[in-house]
Design a protein. Structure first.
Length: 293
């Protein structure tokens, strides 16, 4: 099994047709079919079910898809890193972003760094903190913006300012217009939209207050929570920076008074990645920008 076979396999799996995959890969169909057959022979399984109108992936093929994607991505990353090392600070920076970082990225530090490094391209991967943390350790990402809390062992971290969690309320809740902060008790009867990242935090807090919150939705993307709040479907509980980025004039933003509802974004990389000029320069730029602030 080699990378060429895996790339051919992924193309066929994604296109669902040998002809379309061959066209995408700029190869003739017979060599493509031969490589797929060789891969199936080496693995001892059928990866595709042949149909009159094309092909579908078998259960074995479905399993291979995820591994093939990781292996081909890792190969591309390794190639970029080797070239970057040979030429100094050039190549591709693989950057992971969580949804709730939209309020702070892109920022001035990033824009200044990109302006200074015209030969660098950004490859952005979006996911939750734990997904991106896993990709960091697998060396699929160079740096990532994550949200506390998470295990910071063997990582190099640069911290954004601490921010409060807020409640984003439809304006029909006029009783809170003159209030700057809300207590948990104020949320007891409201339809809540929760960002899954803070499941445990809110569960413990509401348990201590001895009332059952009315969750109408739990989501993995904080921007989704804001979208629903903007459409008057509930009260979103999200970080302030994100709320201020996506709020419309149809909602109110109110801080949560309880001090435990504070959170922090962290620019993170591994100690191994920090040894490369590309990543070291990027992290240094961020540190300098934070010092000026």
């Amino acid at each position: 099994m080699n990378l060429k076979q895996l790339r051919y396999f992924l193309a066929v799996a994604e296109e669902g047709q040998m002809t379309a995959a061959a066209k995408r890969l700029h190869v003739a169909q017979p060599p493509l079919s031969y490589q797929i057959k060789q891969l199936e022979t080496e693995l001892g399984v059928s990866l595709f079910k042949r149909l009159p109108q094309g092909v579908t992936v078998t259960p074995a093929g479905e399993l291979l898809v995820s591994y093939a994607q990781q292996l081909t991505q890792l190969s591309a990353t390794a190639e970029n890193k080797v070239r970057a090392l040979a030429h100094g600070i050039t190549g591709t920076l693989n950057l992971g972003l969580i949804s709730s970082s939209a309020g702070v990225m892109p920022n001035q530090a990033l824009m200044s760094w990109l302006k200074q490094h015209h030969d660098v391209q950004l490859a952005v991967t979006e996911g939750n903190t734990y997904e991106l943390l896993d990709d960091l350790h697998k060396r699929l990402l160079d740096v990532a913006i994550l949200r506390t809390p998470f295990n910071q062992q063997h990582l190099v971290c640069r911290y954004f300012p601490t921010e409060r969690m807020v409640a984003v309320l439809p304006r029909r809740y006029g009783q809170f217009t003159q209030r700057r902060q809300l207590r948990l008790a104020d949320l007891a009867e409201l339809p809540l939209i929760k960002y899954r990242r803070f499941n445990e935090l809110f569960h413990v807090a509401f348990l201590e207050q001895a009332f059952e919150p009315n969750y109408v939705m739990t989501c993995d993307d904080a921007r989704t929570a804001m979208h629903w709040a903007n459409h008057q479907l509930g009260v979103a509980l999200v970080p302030r920076s994100l709320a201020e980025t996506y709020a419309t004039d149809q909602v109110l933003i109110r801080s949560l008074a309880d001090r435990r509802f504070e959170t922090q974004l962290v620019l993170t990389t591994t100690t191994e990645s920090m040894a490369t000029p590309l990543v070291a320069g990027f992290m240094q730029q961020f540190s300098q920008a934070q010092a000026l602030d």
